[in-house]
Design a protein around this ligand. Structure first.
Ligand code: WQD
Length: 334
């Protein structure tokens, strides 16, 4: 079975390619390298001992997509490619709508042309907005507070309408909570350039000395220690969830959404203190003002994913912190 992975050299995409290959699938990657590096392909091959077909193209380019489908007998697609920075999406909404929607529509139209009607889509817990209660279930109301999240919500709607128009489609909408960590090899992971938006990459840059001090965005939230609570999930667990989703869509038709989270919430200070303990490093931090748009707490009820996909997260917060730092320490010795 051959799976096309759009955005397959990215953080979650590359980990998913490793798990797909380890599970015996063949992998084809399309990625324009706008937020990743080509050497990730060789790292995926080194980790798994298997070859990957790589196309350096943009998913908006339908002719490039047609070439891939003509040259490969694709059985299903996992669609990661898209812009994903919340703050940037507020500043550049048109860029986000154009890129994330155009790429998805181009992909679905070419899939339809080639009668490949099985897709797993990379959505996000951000579509739940500020939940009225916790833990969050898939049938909770959906609302978004930023253009990035709205592109995810619109694409979920496109996928549902597509299935309603043609029940031959088989669609898994995967709503991620907060992916962190890295593959134990230390060859793939996340370490964005410049000032990170997200918590773990920022903690890591303080641990390596690249940045001096972590700003903790608010300590007056309605949580056990006042700092924001999130459902951090090891990126390898998340990747394995995609393999389970592929198995499901290869077997059954339908269109359904699944929470990919651990079901456990940890605060900013929980994560900082765990990172310090397991990596034996100091992390200087200062309490700052709340970040606009942040919510107090967010964590999943992952039981539906377990019931329907037979998947649950296995790795704990200690392993997430250890693996995340291990990746950065190895970065200069790849
Ligand atoms: C986590 C917690 C912050 C940085 C976002 C997107 C979501 C998904 C994951 C794409 C919050 C606090 C953060 C810092 C801090 N991305 N924080 N200082 O906002 O839960 O989710 O990333 O799919 O769609 O919304 O993740 O890591 O930015 O923040 O105190 O320098 O850490 O306030 O409580 P978030 P995050």
């Amino acid at each position: 079975m051959k799976i096309l992975v759009t955005g397959g050299t990215g953080f979650i995409g590359s980990h998913t390619c490793v798990e797909l290959l380890d599970a015996g699938y063949e992998v084809v990657i399309i990625d324009n390298l706008s937020n990743s590096k080509k050497e990730v392909v060789s790292y995926i091959e080194r980790i798994t001992g298997k070859k990957v077909s790589f196309y350096e193209n943009d998913v908006c380019d339908k002719d490039a997509l047609r070439k891939i489908f003509n040259e490969n007998n694709i059985d299903a697609v996992i669609h990661f490619a898209g812009y994903k920075a919340v703050g940037e999406s507020v500043l550049k909404p048109l860029m986000y709508y154009r890129n994330n929607l155009d790429s998805t529509l181009s992909l679905l139209e070419v899939m339809d042309e080639f009668k490949v009607k099985k897709i797993a889509f990379s959505s996000s817990a951000t579509v739940y907005g500020k939940p009225n209660s916790l833990p969050i279930r898939e049938d909770f109301p959906l609302s978004t507070t930023n253009p990035y999240g709205t592109t995810k919500l619109i694409i979920e709607g496109i996928l549902r309408d597509l299935y309603n128009s043609d029940n031959d489609w088989s669609i898994a909408i995967l709503r991620y909570f907060n992916p962190i960590g890295a593959h134990s090899s230390g060859l793939i992971g996340e370490n964005p350039n410049g000032i990170p938006n997200n918590l773990m990459p920022y903690i890591i840059k303080v641990a390596t000395g690249e940045l001096d001090c972590l700003g903790v965005f608010g300590n007056d939230y309605d949580t056990h220690d006042g700092t924001g609570v999130r459902d951090y999930i090891h990126v390898v667990d998340l990747a394995k969830g995609h393999v389970k989703a592929i198995k499901k869509i290869l077997k059954d038709n339908g269109c359904d959404a699944y929470n990919l989270g651990t079901g456990k919430g940890y605060s900013v200070l929980d994560l900082v203190n765990t990172f310090k303990k397991v990596n034996d490093v100091d992390i200087k931090y200062q309490i700052k003002e709340r970040r606009k748009g942040d919510i107090d707490a967010c964590y999943a009820d992952p039981s539906y994913a377990y019931e329907k996909l037979g998947w649950k997260a296995l790795k704990d917060i200690n392993e997430m912190c250890k693996d995340a730092y291990n990746y950065v320490k190895k970065e200069d010795r790849k």
